[in-house]
Design a protein around this ligand. Structure first.
Ligand code: SF4
Length: 243
């Protein structure tokens, strides 16, 4: 038995990526050391002393939690919704705990989507056998403040492609065409047939503007010369005002 840090557990519609609109149970892991300049889940960067489980009647649970206790909480909602989204934070910063949890969940026969920063290839290798889909963030320099890490992302994507995978680039107002092209050329050179999602950033008060959506449409059209499946998908849950 192991203990891990969780930020929250809840049920909602998947609001991002190619499975947008699918009802899922979310296990948001607590803690992330990637240090992006922009982060839409800043609370989940830290490991906290407790977290909320809201799959019916909300309740607070102490951190760190055991994999067996978390399994008990996830089992019932997963028998109903049959899809687990493991998100963060960065779940792969707790690979042994995640491994044990997913091993236990084999009995529930649910699908598992892992959402990751794409920076932990070795840790992905520890859990890939239990995953159905991997959502791989490609972090641009304006997002991280550092050069695009093609080597690390390549090793991660190579491992993710043992299962189904898609890539996601979060596009902010200061993200340049050159950055998007650099990341897209990386996909073209590694896995040109996997979906690439351009996701406009969305702060608490301002959804992406029509101008930003139009810009992304034109960008997607240009990228489609060398990537088969490029989509512009904003965050559904933000529009709906749900988690
Ligand atoms: S990897 Fe995700 S959780 Fe971690 S800092 Fe970056 S955006 Fe935030």
């Amino acid at each position: 038995m192991l203990k891990g840090y969780i930020d929250e557990v809840f049920v909602s519609l998947q609001g991002e990526g190619i499975f947008m609109g699918t009802p899922m149970v979310f296990a948001r892991f607590g803690g992330c050391n990637v240090g992006c300049l922009y982060c839409d889940t800043p609370r989940a960067r830290d490991r906290t002393s407790q977290f909320i489980i809201d799959t019916g009647t909300p309740k607070a649970v102490a951190n760190p939690v055991t994999d067996s206790a978390l399994f008990v909480e996830l089992k019932q909602p997963l028998e109903k919704y049959k899809y687990l989204a493991v998100t963060g934070g960065e779940p792969l910063e707790q690979p042994a705990f995640l491994h044990l949890l997913l091993e236990r969940l084999q009995d529930v026969h649910c699908k598992v989507l892992l959402e990751s920063s794409g920076f932990y290839p070795d840790e992905l290798g520890e859990v890939i056998e239990y995953l159905d889909v991997v959502s791989v963030d490609l972090k641009t320099p304006s997002f991280t403040g550092k050069p695009f890490n093609a080597d690390l992302h390549w090793r991660f994507l190579d491992k993710a492609l043992e299962k189904a995978a898609y890539c996601k680039i979060i596009v902010m107002n200061n993200t340049t065409q050159d950055e998007i092209k650099e990341a897209a050329q990386f996909i073209a050179g590694t896995a040109p047939d996997i979906p690439l999602v351009l996701q406009p950033s969305f702060d608490e008060t301002r959804p992406p503007s029509n101008q930003q959506i139009l810009y992304l449409m034109e960008t997607a059209a240009a990228l489609s010369d060398y990537i088969e499946d490029v989509r512009v998908i904003p965050q559904l849950h933000r529009y709906m005002g749900i988690k």
